[in-house]
Ligand binder design. Structure first.
Ligand code: SF4
Length: 357
């Protein structure tokens, strides 16, 4: 196809996303070509189509989210010694890393972390535990923590691996607002990332949470070696599931993991991924989580006069995780909030499907 034809298809993709309509095959191909071209720096045409893609993603974000910025925070309630072998993860028992290992925190410790997150502007608070599922004793602690977090005025979310329908109902009755369960990557790439459980187990966990009427946060991690087509494959799976909140993580290669020698994604590639997801999932809340500083540098002023995270805050992303991530440090919260204010973005609570209807 000529450069003119490709541009027309890209513009059509942007119009489809502005109208909340799914991309067809030709539109998706144009988006992928533009995203890929932006990371290859192959001349002026590539730069023009990439800039057009980023501008389109910003326009779609503004159409559906205006200047709102959705902030969330997490606590690592149980860390390390996970039975699973996810190639990127410092908490896998298959890896020898310096990542902290601790048993399930006391509910009051979790509540204190939630209070600090609320004071910093977070509206959602996720309680995260390593492992495929919790023991009965840890599940009881989780129930109490969910109750305390919800009493503190935050939406309480959990990310605790697989949950049975009855555990999910008990959590809901304790005040649970949402479930976070990442698919991590495309089904076709998953066997290269994790061999200890099936992709379908994760898809079923997401379906169960959606069918229970909970807020569901489900996304992945990028920069594991997946292709652009596999990034689109994950986007398509999320679209078909009807997920409306998508955490976007970028790999921070951690010594001792199987992916320790992979490079951090370039800023261009990360922005292209966000643009692809924004056009495929126009109304989904794309929250940038792990890897934000590794890819874009610190949120605050840049010593070399660079623009740091400004491009990211002005991208297709509509939300961010504040505070620390599971096993890596985040940006200082004040720096995030200062940058958001400078760019005219305002922290806005994310509605809860069960309580805000
Ligand atoms: S990503 Fe989750 S399931 Fe996979 S190894 Fe890490 S803690 Fe375990």
């Amino acid at each position: 196809m000529s450069a003119l034809g490709t541009t027309a298809e890209l513009d059509r993709a942007i119009v489809l996303a502005l109208d909340e309509r799914p991309l067809d095959g030709a539109a998706l191909k144009a988006v992928l070509d533009a995203a890929r071209a932006g990371t290859l720096s192959s001349g002026a045409d590539a730069d023009v189509s990439f800039e057009r893609l980023l501008a389109g993603a910003r326009a779609v974000r503004r159409r559906h989210f205006d200047n709102s910025l959705h902030l969330c925070a997490i606590v690592n309630a149980k860390s390390g010694d996970c039975t699973e072998d996810c190639a990127f993860c410092a908490q896998s028992g298959s890896h020898n890393t310096a990542s902290p290992r601790h048993a399930f925190l006391e509910p009051l410790e979790i509540a204190a972390a939630a209070e600090a997150a609320r004071a910093a502007g977070a509206s959602r608070f996720g309680i995260v535990a390593s492992g495929l599922s919790l023991s009965e004793a840890d599940f009881e602690r989780l129930l109490e923590a969910v109750h305390l977090v919800s009493q503190a005025g935050l939406y309480a979310d959990v990310s605790v691996g697989l949950l049975t329908p009855s555990r999910l109902m008990r959590l809901k009755n304790a005040g649970l607002s949402g479930v976070h369960h990442n698919l991590e990557t495309a089904k076709s790439f998953f066997p290269q990332i994790c061999t200890t459980h099936d992709y379908e187990d994760d898809v079923e966990a997401v379906r169960l949470a959606l069918n229970t009427g909970l807020f569901v946060c489900c996304g992945g991690i990028f920069g594991l070696g997946e292709s652009w087509e596999q990034r689109a494959e994950l986007g398509q799976t999320l679209l078909e599931l009807g997920v409306q909140n998508v955490p976007v993580n970028f790999l921070t290669p951690i010594p001792g993991t199987r992916l320790e020698h992979r490079s951090v994604l370039s800023r261009q590639e990360a922005l292209g991924i966000l643009a692809l997801l924004r056009l495929m999932l126009p109304k989904a809340n794309l929250r940038v989580c792990g890897g934000r500083s590794a890819v874009f540098g610190p949120a605050g002023p840049q010593p070399e006069g660079g623009d740091g995270q400004r491009a990211l805050f002005n991208s297709g992303a509509s939300g961010f995780m504040i505070g620390d991530y599971l096993t890596t440090s985040g940006s200082p919260i004040e720096a995030d909030l200062a940058l958001a204010r400078e760019l005219g973005l305002s922290p806005t609570p994310t509605p809860n499907p069960a309580r805000d209807r």
